[in-house]
Each structure stands twice: as C-alpha cells, then as structure tokens.
Ligand binder design. Structure first.
Ligand code: 7RM
Length: 651
C-alpha cells in the first residue's frame, strides 16, 4: 500500500476531443456555459425556476428542506404527474401530436396521440378505482413493452396509487418477493409477451407468484399474444373487458409534492432487493428539465429510447420526462436482433427518429455484428445520440459516433442511477466539448465530487476515487421502502451527509468526470487499485475484441492478478498467440501493471437483464467458488457453460 488514503490508479489516457458543432450549438436550448456558475450560486433558485415549467395545482411554499439524509422538495406544492404528462398538452396544438409511436416485436404498430393517451389513461384510472385501488395503495405491474404499460403507470399516477414495475423478464419468485415487500393490492400483467418469436409466459409466472402474495386482491390481464390456454381465475379480469364500459373522465388527484409516485426495486450486492422510493414533485422536475436540456428536445423530435420500462431509464426517459415535455417517443417491444440484426436501424429509418438513447452493451454488440446492418438503412434523421448504463469505452464511443451518428451527432454519455431518478453527470450537447468515455460534468444545479478514502476531494487531474454527490437534488430517492435504516447505511454512512454512489471515478484537469465502474469491482494489484473499466477499454481497443470483462484473481505475490474474459469480433478465433498479443496490447496502452496474467476467450459474458456485466460471478468462477446469487442474470446458460469451460481449461 502506498498511501493510507488510497485512491484508484488512473491509467488510461484518451486525448481525442469533439467540440459541439456550430449549427447544433446555435439552435440548442443551452448554449451558454455560464449556466453552470449561475446554477451553482443558488441551486435552489435554479431548481425552482425549473419547477415553474410544470403545472402545479398549488405552488410550493419552500423549495428544499434538508435534514441529512432526509430531503423534501417543493414543500406544500400540489401537482399530478399524469396531468403534467397529458392534460396540459390538450390545451395546445399538441393534443393531436403523437405521444407514443409503438412497434411490437411481430411488426404490429400503434400510435397514441396525447388525446388518445388521455382517454386510455382516464378510463384505466377509473378501472383501478372500481377495483378498490385508492391513493397511496401499491400496484404491481408485470408487463411486456406494450402501450398498456405506460398507460398503467400514468393511470396509477392519476389517482395517486404507487406503481411498482417488475421487469417482464423476471421470474415468478422475483415478482412474488417484490409484491410482498411492497404489499401491493393489485397486479397488472398480460397473457404473455413476445421475445424472438417465442411467448414469454407472463400470466403463468404471475399465477405462480400469486400463490404466495396474500396482499393481492385482484389481477388485470392484457391480452397481448392471444394464447388460448390462458384463462382467468378468481378475481382476475381482462383489461379490454374492464375498459369497455369504463367512464371517460377521471379528474387527476392533487398530490402533495412529497407523495410517493413509485417504488422501483434494484438489486443490492447481497440480500433482498432495495425498494427505491421516488416522490412526485422533485422527480418530475428533475426528469423534465434533464430530458429537455440533455437531449435538446424540440417539438419536431422523435425520441427513441431503447430501454425497457421495467428499468428506471424507461420510467424517466420513455414515460415521465418525454411526456411531460410533450415529446413524441418511439417505444419498441422487441430485441435488436429479431428478425434480423438491423431491427433498431429499421425503426430509426421508418419513424425518422432524431434522437437515439441506448446502452454501451448494445453498442458493443452492434460493433461485433459489423457495419453492414446499420449500413442497410438511412440513419440521416438522427441528430443526437445518448448512452447510459455502463461506462462506454472509447472504441465503442468512436464507433457509435462514426457508424451510427455519421460524424454529425453529438453523443451524450449520461451517468445516473435508479436511486438518482434522473441524469446527474452528462454533457450538454450545445456547449460541451466531448471526450470519448467521459461523462463530462455534473448537470447544472448538481454538486458532485471525487473523494479519497478519507473523504477528501481529489483535485482535477490528480487521480481517481469515490464519486459522491454533495448536495441534495430534486429526483433523489427519499428512502428505501420500509427500510430507512438500510437507506442510511447504504448511501449515507461512509461519508456523513454525502451521497455515496458506489462508483469509482477520475476527474481530469478540465474538471471532466470519467466513470470507472463499481468500486466493488476495483482490482488491487500489488497495492495498485486498478479500475475494471480502464483495462477493459484497452482490450476493446484491439481490433479483435468485441467485449471484455476484467476481474482480480487471488495471487500469492501480487495479492490479485488481472484476469480477463474476452469475446471476439466476427472473423477472429481464439489462440494463445492472440492472448499474448492482447496482453501486450494492454501493457502498451496503459502500462505493465495492468497486463493480464490470463485471458480466457468466451462466446458470451454473463450480464444482468439490463445489460450490465456481472463481474462478481466471473470472480466466483475464477476462484473456484460456488456461484453467488444468479437471479438477475439475463441468460443462466451463459454462466453454466462458462463455468464448465473454465474448469476444464484449468485442469
Ligand atoms: C441508469 C442506470 C446504475 C449504475 C451506476 C453506474 C452504471 C450508468 C453510466 C454508468 C458509467 C454511465 N441505473 N452507469 N450510467 N457508468 N457511465 N453513463 O443504469 O441503477 O440500473 O445502474 O450503472 O455503475 O452506478 S441503474
């Protein structure tokens, strides 16, 4: 160990810069960098100004009350999220504007205007009431990516019920545990969903879960796939039958700014999932302003966010942010490679999407498949690209920029979490000089720092450490549902009064932030703390590598040795020569200290269902341990195969 206040080594040097294109800058909502200082001088005034862009039934009396770690925003204010996302647009020309352009996996389409959305949401809100759902009750939602999903969210918001969306890819047990933790009264699901031409049996899973969920009184089922074997049991109803004679008018419930809007479960490293609680006023202010400024949203835009609404990205940037801004969003039920590997590009072309928001894991997969798929389509409608979910390595950034953006579209690499509610660290496309793999700067009104083990700020250019948020922000989680102690412990105990993100980060001499992955994943090689992100980026920089996951493996002398799991691009084959070449490549790119001791080639990496690499399971394999919790894995066969291959290569 070199110092007691140990930080993370900053190894990777990325020198390329991309200033904002003049034409983009001129038309952008934000084109004066002074906004940062102005907001920093008085963040509360800054956020109050943002709040004025929403419609309030009653104005707030106080902007912020902060008794760490308890925050309240826009105290005394009354508003309704569904009213802000729908009703207020009906008073304008937008009433017949497309709110949601939806495409199903089989190629079916639906377009809902704001007026259509108003009708469907109001009717379903009346259905909820009729089924006995009251303000404050929790409603569990387990659905595919069909229009009824955002309709259900907004209907809950309309009557003040709290939605808890459980991603449709989760198992019956995961659904059961989340229903029970939230004590949900109603479940909304579907007969099934489409995935690569197969039916995901949502109703079957739901029935399995319902055997052990005593709080559920009724279940509503959307007929999506038309599976004739799906029948209704007691207290179960078809969505379309309930909707048939539901009244058209349902006045939005005036909600207190601090009333709960939703719970969203996120898996902790150990133990039961955490029920992240978001409230109404602050969250809506945060998602609305960040969506408008970061994506530079104009009325002409067609915003395509590829996330599932089962994740926070879908909540904030398919539903609440875009609809509050009166945007047209593209919502897609399927996957990028069905029926072929050009599906996203076909959608961009067909609906003339102007903004695409997707994840690095998808971008690296597209790189692996090759340029021929995007090249089949006209992507010239795109004017801005976004990335979220993981650090994007420079090679993937450059590929995205060139192949998808045609070297004309700025990329916003947006850092945030389920807990933060909205984007906190990001470029602003009209003013930021972009650096591939840097998420740029805290959004105006946000104060973030990188600190060492003792909590002392690391000055710009001096290295890496813990990313923390040092002032409350409007969309921050308010607590963990029914577990305030865990809330305090997980986020506020390491550095008192300061929010711990759990991510490693470096800050360069310009004050730009570079995310380095989860602190729990950091390696320690001979006392040097090395981020997974930097070694992985060096590997992906080699033309043969599609994706890489790096872990520390126990080593007698060094403590830990760098061990890499690598997938190759089309046209490359594993060999010991290639492994040697990759080791050398890492040593050359970032230094001998990071040179991998071993490289293991694999066809797939284990990922969560939202696409994040699960390094913890790779560590279990490398150390020959039993696998830890695998319930959040997207594809359990990947890890089983990897384990047996790895074990036979060792012997
Ligand atoms: C939005 C979302 C949160 C974690 C976070 C990071 C990682 C997300 C970026 C990123 C580097 C980014 N919510 N992360 N965005 N890392 N650059 N632009 O993903 O709750 O599911 O995950 O995701 O580690 O802590 S989340």
């Amino acid at each position: 160990m070199e110092k007691s206040t140990q930080t993370i080594a900053a190894l990777l040097q990325e020198e390329r810069t991309f200033p904002p294109p003049k034409a983009f800058q001129q038309q952008a909502w934000v084109n004066d960098p002074k906004i940062y200082e102005q907001a920093a001088k008085n963040p509360e005034a800054f956020w109050a100004k943002a709040a004025e862009e929403l419609d309030w039934f009653k104005r707030w009396e106080k902007v912020l009350e902060w008794n760490p770690p308890w925050a309240k925003w826009f105290i005394g204010g009354k508003l309704n999220a569904s009213y802000n996302c729908i009703d207020r647009h009906l008073k304008t020309w937008r009433r017949n504007k497309a709110a949601i352009i939806w495409e199903g996996e089989p190629g079916d389409e639906r377009v809902l205007t704001y007026q259509d959305l108003h009708r469907e949401v109001s009717k379903f809100a009346n259905v909820l009431k009729k089924l006995g759902v009251k303000k404050g009750d929790r409603v569990a939602i387990y659905m595919p990516m069909i229009p009824e999903l955002p309709i259900a969210l907004l209907a809950c918001a309309r009557i003040g019920a709290v939605h808890s969306v459980v991603f449709g890819g989760f198992s019956a047990e995961a659904l059961r545990d989340r229903i029970n933790d939230a004590q949900a009264k109603l479940l909304i699901t579907a007969d099934g969903g489409w995935r690569r031409g197969q039916v995901v049996p949502l109703k079957k899973n739901a029935d399995e879960a319902l055997k052990q969920t005593p709080s559920i009184q009724n279940t509503v089922v959307v007929r999506r796939v038309g599976d004739p074997s799906v029948t209704l049991g007691q207290n179960q109803y078809w969505w379309h039958e309930l909707m048939r004679d539901a009244p058209l008018e349902c006045p939005p419930e005036p909600m207190d700014s601090e009333d709960m809007l939703f719970i969203l479960y996120t898996s902790g490293t150990t133990g039961k999932p955490k029920g992240v609680v978001h409230t109404t006023g602050g969250y809506l202010v945060g998602v609305t302003l960040t969506h408008k400024w970061i994506f530079d949203i104009k009325d002409e835009d067609v915003f395509f966010c590829t996330a599932d609404i089962g994740w926070v990205t879908g909540h904030s940037y398919i539903v609440y942010g875009p609809l509050a801004n009166g945007t047209t969003v593209v919502m897609f039920e399927g996957v990028p490679d069905y029926p072929d590997k050009d599906r996203f590009w076909a959608i961009v072309e067909k609906y003339r999407a102007t903004i695409l928001y997707t994840a690095p894991t998808a971008i690296r997969t597209f790189m692996r498949w090759g340029e021929e798929y995007p090249k089949r389509h006209d992507l010239s409608s795109l004017r801005l690209l976004g990335s979220v979910g993981e650090p994007i390595n420079p090679e993937a950034w450059i590929w995205y920029y060139k192949v998808i953006g045609g070297e004309r579209c700025p990329i916003v690499d947006t850092w945030w979490q389920t807990e933060t509610g909205h984007i906190l660290i990001t470029p602003l496309p009209g003013i930021s000089t972009l650096k591939p793999a840097s998420a740029n700067k805290p959004f105006p009104g946000i104060e973030a720092k990188v600190v060492d083990e003792a909590g002392n700020p690391i000055s710009p250019g001096a290295g890496a450490g813990y990313l923390v948020i040092t002032k409350p922000w409007p969309g921050m989680l308010r607590t963990l549902y029914n577990d305030p102690e865990r809330y305090k412990q997980a986020y506020w105990s390491k550095f008192p009064g300061v929010y711990l993100t759990g991510d490693g980060c470096k800050i360069d001499k310009d004050g730009d932030f570079w995310l380095l992955g989860r602190i729990d994943d950091v390696l320690n090689v001979s006392g040097h703390r090395i981020s997974t992100m930097e070694v992985e980026s060096a590997l992906v920089d080699h033309q043969a590598v599609a994706e890489a996951a790096v872990i520390g493996k126990s080593h007698d002398v060094k403590g830990q040795a760098v061990s890499a799991f690598v997938t190759l691009r089309a046209g490359y084959k594993p060999s010991s020569e290639l492994a040697d070449e990759l080791k050398k490549h890492v040593a050359k790119k970032i230094g001998a200290i990071a040179r991998p001791d071993d490289i293991f080639f694999t066809a797939e990496l284990p990922k969560t269902r939202s696409g994040k690499i699960m390094r913890r399971l790779l560590r279990d394999i490398a150390e020959g341990r039993a696998l830890g919790d695998t319930t959040t894995l997207a594809d359990p066969t990947v890890i089983a195969q990897l384990k047996s291959q790895y074990e036979s290569s060792e012997s």
